[in-house]
Ligand binder design. Sequence first.
Ligand SMILES: Nc1nc2c(c(=O)[nH]1)N[C@H]1C(S)=C(S)[C@@H](COP(=O)(O)O)O[C@H]1N2
Ligand SMILES: [Mo]
Length: 431
Amino acid sequence: MSEEFTGRASAARPDGPSRRGFLRGAGLAGAGLVAGTGAARAASPDPLITEVQPWAQFLGDGVDAAPYGKPSRHEAHVIRRNVEWLTADTSSSVNFTPIHELDGIITPNGVCFERHHAGVADIAPQDYRLMINGLVDRELVFTLQDLLRLPRENHVYFLECAANSGMEWRGAQLNGAQFTHGMIHNCMYTGVTLRTLLNEAGVKPEGSWLLAEGADASAMSRSIPMEKALDDCMIAFKMNGEALRPEQGYPVRLVVPGWEGNMWVKWLRRLEVGDAPWHHREETSKYTDLLADGRARRFTWEMHAKSVITNPSPQAPILHGHGPTVITGLAWSGVGKIARVDVSLDGGRNWQQARLSGPSFDKSLHRFYFEFDWDGRELLLQSRAIDDAGYVQPTKDALRDFRGVSSVYHNNGIQTWHVHSNGEAENVEVS
Ligand SMILES: Nc1nc2c(c(=O)[nH]1)N[C@H]1C(S)=C(S)[C@@H](COP(=O)(O)O)O[C@H]1N2
Ligand SMILES: [Mo]
C-alpha cells in the first residue's frame, strides 16, 4: 500500500519537518515568484506551522463514518435561512440560499433555497405517475421507469423566484445578500425535453398552451405557451448528478429555463395540452406586476439580467484588513448568457469591468471577480450585469420610474453595499 494510505499512523513522527527546514523551503518557493499579490504574510514563527497538530497525531474517521457525506463541521453556519416575519407558516413560505458562502456557479443541493405553497410532498418513486392529456393524439401515463427509457439531456440553469429582491422595492430592507438575492439556485439538471415527451403524445395542431400541475396540495397549476415548452423546457429527475431533493420536487420537476420560478412545477404529475391559458387559481393569480399607474402586468415570465456582489456583503464583511481584496458575485439573465459585468466602488459614478470565470451557459449563473487593493476607504459597492442581448441591468430608481413601488416581483435593480472602513458592509441605496 502506498505511503499515502499508511502514513497517518506514523503522523506523530519525531523526525517531522523542523522549523528551520520548513522556512528554508518556503524561502526557495518564494524566490521563484516574479511578483506576488502581497496576499500572504512574511514567514515568521507560528506554532501552526512548527508544531505537530492534533489532527496529525491521531487517526481520523474511517471510510464508514459518513456513507453520505456532509460539509465540514466548521461550515455549520452555511445553511438556508428563512425570515420569520415574512410568512405566517413555514409550509407556505420560503428560505434563502446562502450565496455569500458559495463560489463558482453551482449551488450545492443541500442549500438550494426552497419555496413551497403547501410544504414538501413525499412521493415514493414507485408511486410516481406523469399524465399527458388534453389536445393530444394519445393520452399517456408515464412511470419513472418509462421516463428513464427516453433520451436524456444535461443543462445548467438558474431558477429565480420572481419575488427575489421583492422586499427591497420601497428601499433597502434586509441586511444580507442571502436575504436580498438568495431566492435563486443554479443546478445541472438531467432529464427529458418536453419536446420529446409531447412528441410521444402527439400535440394536435390547435394545442398552443400547456398546463403543468404538481402533485402537492397546492397543485401549483401553471400555463406555459407551447412555443416555450417546445423550445427548451424539460422535466428533470436529477440535479447536480443525484436524484432531486424532496424539497426540489422529487422525483420529477419541470424546468422552465430563464423564466420565473413559480412555473418550475415540482412533484410534476400532469401536463395538459390546451388552446388557451388556464384560469389561474386565486392564490397564484398574484403573480402579476403592479405598475406605477395602477395597471398590472401579467405573464411577465422572463427573468431579466441581474447581478449581486456576494462578497463582501453584510453577512460577509472584509476580515483581512487593507491590501489585496477580492470582490466576487453572481450575474445571470433569463434571456441568454452574461456578456459583461461592471463593478463600481463609488456608488455607480465610475465603473470597471469585472473578470468572468467559469463556464458561461445560457440562462445560468455566471461568476465574476474584481481584485483591487483596498486602502480602507469606505466603498459603495455595486455590480451591473449586461447580457448577450445587450440589456443593461437598471438602477433601482430607473425601475421604480417605470414600475412604481407597489410591485413585489421582478426587482432586478442594481444593489449597493456600503462597506465601512472596518470592513463591515450594509444594505443601502444611493440615488
Ligand atoms: N408543486 C409545486 N411547484 C412549485 C411550487 C410549489 O409550491 N408547489 N413553488 C414554486 C415557486 S413559487 C418557486 S419560486 C419554485 C421554487 O423552487 P425550489 O423550491 O426548488 O427553490 O418552485 C415552484 N414550483
Ligand atoms: Mo416563486
